[in-house]
Design a protein around this ligand. Sequence first.
Ligand SMILES: [Fe+2]
Ligand SMILES: [Fe+2]
Length: 154
Amino acid sequence: MTDRKNDKNVRDAEQLVEEMAKDPRVLRMKSFTQHGKVSTYEHSLSVARMSLKLAKGLRLNVDREEMVRGALLHDYYLYDWHSRGDKLHGYHHPDIAARKADEDFSLTSKERDIIRTHMWPLTFLHVPSSKEAVIVCIADKICSSKETLEGLLS
Ligand SMILES: [Fe+2]
Ligand SMILES: [Fe+2]
């Protein structure tokens, strides 16, 4: 891929993040807390932006559109897991998020896989099977650790 074509892909993906951030369905995630004071909406935006940064930094040739959609919707389970009393939330929510995101956004199989495998290795049978899924899985861990730490230190 030429540098110019690649630059356009990066710009298009960054624009897609901003467009999806305004989508009323995505905005529903603002009502739910992820870690500390961070909402699931803010967390999901951070994971999408971090995924783009990692792909760029590692110079990986990925499908940025699918990666951004998978990253932004990876926690689209739409409930407050703190008050739900589900001790196995970590195991259950990727499948719930994939189902709800599929209903609302008609996912591709790669996008569904990105969502279903983002908690790996906790969900040990759901192994990321694409570069995009591996990146989102790593980006989620980086962002979650940062949010948890900031919550503890604030
Ligand atoms: Fe998650
Ligand atoms: Fe997450």
